[in-house]
Design a protein around this ligand. Structure first.
Ligand SMILES: Cc1cc2nc3c(=O)[nH]c(=O)nc-3n(C[C@H](O)[C@H](O)[C@H](O)COP(=O)(O)OP(=O)(O)OC[C@H]3O[C@@H](n4cnc5c(N)ncnc54)[C@H](O)[C@@H]3O)c2cc1C
Ligand SMILES: NC(=O)c1ccc[n+]([C@@H]2O[C@H](COP(=O)([O-])OP(=O)(O)OC[C@H]3O[C@@H](n4cnc5c(N)ncnc54)[C@H](O)[C@@H]3O)[C@@H](O)[C@H]2O)c1
Length: 534
């Protein structure tokens, strides 16, 4: 552990447990505010109505019910789980047979955060391993082939099992589930157009908007979900495209690009900016791009698509440098538009009840997630902050904790981000550029997986751990990991940052051998002193 003197210094300076200190302050502030009472009215009125059943909305609804609030959740999709579970995170990443065999508890605790995207990422990874990696482990097949309809069917089954799981949780927690399109008629009344054509009115003392986001369209490019697709169409292709052009080198472009690359497509990623994943630490990003290029992905950075001719069987994209210049043509069977997402509030009636939105359509909220209209709250992708499922869930829990007179807390600086490619890239806290910009003196410690015994044993040693810590106090400011399971490894770092740990704290914590986690320990040793194995 960090020396006692240093820990004392951190405590005194307020670094240690600063989250808890700020929580206490906020509790006091919250208590000072008047909050809306929940004495049972005996009428149909709910304490809480949630519009949208995605990770933000359904988690808020369950938590509200657990806190004793009468709760209704309205969802228009016909299935719970939102973008994430139906057309986002889960179908891209999960391995269905494993999940089906799990109990309902594990199923909800472990599997719900895995996305449709996860299904295809995992399935395509298994195929890629079988065709590229198994032989070096002494496992040979005479023939390996992709059965795309079976792969898609598995993904669809995973999604429907998981969405039904949330319905089960609603029943267990006594959340009323209303299927249909919700629209404000007043700040406390929502009219719902139900699937049978009727309209019903749901009343609530407090209403939470959790309507999520939608794909951002680009001028001159019309998404038809057949040839020019968003992530939704890219998750449901019926054939493996020969040439796939991806517009945008962010989370979706790289994850979906990886899926189809592994299944045999030729992938060109056109990115407007000078780098892939602009929010990533520059050093990790450089290595990540190299890893993807080694897998065969091509990148056209600093490039924009100015038009698409989709009249023929093969589409022609006109591209030119982002700053203007000579144009060239790219051919594609399928174009994936993944240049970001925008808040979704269409048809909600926000203007009618006076809820303000900013210039990109997000709903500004205060520290209790309340909009400018009293009693109307907003969480998840529809408000500012990272558009991530786990952030939406944290928003949902914190929002209803405030509503129940408790204190909620979300630290947006400590929301981990993971790109689920192979290798994965995960980070929490600040990038080196952000720390440099803040003017704080810092040290960097790194450790490559090439020097980690577990990674070498499984012959999957591409990547590194990078830790950034404040020079004066050794407090960890940011951790960035590229490795096969970086999305799991990052949580040791997330916890460390949450508790204001120093790099020495991690370095002096005994880590089991042989594990990939030892690379985190060695990077921490490299930050405050010296690593052993390099
Ligand atoms: C392809 C893809 C992959 C992703 N992968 C990941 C990942 O791996 N990890 C991660 O953290 N995040 C991932 N995300 C982001 C994640 O899906 C979102 O951040 C998350 O779903 C946001 O949750 P939410 O509850 O705010 O909104 P949503 O999940 O979008 O849910 C909003 C719900 O509200 C409903 N709704 C909207 N308007 C109304 C209305 N008027 N009446 C009734 N219902 C309405 C919608 O039908 C929807 O179901 C991914 C996104 C995509 C597109
Ligand atoms: N693993 C995950 O957690 C995960 C996976 C998928 C999606 N998501 C979430 O969904 C959101 C949307 O994903 P996304 O990949 O669409 O957005 P993104 O913001 O991650 O990336 C969009 C990329 O497109 C580029 N771009 C913007 N306009 C462009 C143009 N005209 N031409 C070329 N490039 C352009 C941007 O510079 C950026 O690099 C993400 O912000 C993320 O929060 C998360």
């Amino acid at each position: 552990m960090a020396s006692l003197a240093r820990r004392k210094a951190l405590s005194v300076s307020g670094y240690l447990h600063e989250g808890i200190v700020s929580r206490r302050a906020a509790v006091t502030a919250a208590a000072a505010r008047s909050w809306r009472g929940f004495a049972s009215s005996g009428s149909e009125e709910n304490d809480v109505v949630v519009i949208g059943g995605g990770p933000g909305g359904y988690v808020a609804a369950i938590k509200a019910a657990q806190l004793g609030l009468k709760t209704t959740c309205i969802e228009k999709r016909g299935a719970l789980g939102g973008t994430c579970l139906n057309v986002g995170c889960i179908p891209s990443k999960a391995d269905l047979p494993l999940y089906i065999s799990l109990s309902i508890y594990l199923y909800c605790m472990v599997c719900l955060p895995i996305h449709p995207f996860q299904a295809l990422l995992h399935s395509s990874h298994m195929y890629h391993e079988a065709t590229h990696a198994f032989s070096s482990h002494g496992i040979k097949f005479s023939q390996v082939e992709v059965d795309l309809p079976a792969m898609m069917a598995q993904k669809d089954k995973a999604v429907s099992n998981l969405t039904r799981g949330i319905e089960g949780l609603f029943k267990k927690n006594k959340v009323t589930y209303v299927k249909g399109y919700g629209k404000f008629i007043s700040p406390s009344e929502i009219s719902v157009d139900t699937p049978d054509g009727s309209t019903t009115v749901v009343k609530g003392k407090n209403v939470i908007i959790a309507t999520g986001s939608d794909v951002k369209s680009l001028p001159g490019i019309t998404i038809d979900e057949k040839k020019i697709v968003s992530s939704t169409g890219a998750l449901a292709l019926t054939e493996i495209p020969k040439k796939l052009v991806v517009i945008g080198a962010g989370y979706i472009g790289l994850e979906m690009g990886s899926v189809w690359k592994r299944l045999g497509s030729e992938i060109t990623v056109v990115e407007f900016g000078p780098n892939i994943v602009p929010t990533m630490d520059f050093e990790i990003r450089k290595q990540f791009q190299r890893a993807l290029e080694k897998q065969g992905m091509k990148f056209m950075l600093g490039t924009k698509v100015v038009g698409v001719d989709s009249s023929g069987d093969v589409m022609k994209l006109i591209v030119e440098p982002a700053s203007g210049g000579e144009q060239s043509i790219l051919e594609a069977d399928i174009v994936l538009v993944s240049a970001g997402r925008v808040p979704y509030t269409a048809g909600l009636g926000l203007a009618e009840i006076g809820v303000e939105t900013d210039k990109v359509g997000r709903i500004p909220v205060d520290e209790r997630f309340e909009t400018n209209v009293a009693g109307v709250y907003a969480i998840g992708d529809v408000i500012p902050g990272p558009m991530l499922a786990h952030k939406a869930e944290e928003d949902g829990v914190a929002c209803v904790e405030f509503l129940a007179g408790k204190h909620g807390h979300v630290d947006y600086d400590l929301v981990p981000g993971v790109v689920y490619t192979h290798p994965e890239v995960a980070s929490v806290g600040k990038t080196e550029d952000q720390v440099k910009e803040s003017g704080v003196a810092y040290r960097v410690g790194k450790f490559p997986f090439m020097a980690n015994s577990r990674a070498k044993a499984i012959d999957d040693a591409e990547g590194l751990v990078k830790i950034i810590a404040e020079t004066e106090t050794d407090k960890i400011l940011g951790v960035h990991i590229m490795s096969p399971n970086a999305g799991e490894l990052i949580h040791e770092a997330a916890l460390a940052l949450q508790y204001g740990a120093s790099s020495e704290d991690i370095a002096r914590t005994c880590h089991a051998h042989p594990t990939m986690s030892e690379a985190v320990k060695e990077a921490a040793m490299a930050t405050y002193d010296k690593p052993i194995h390099i």
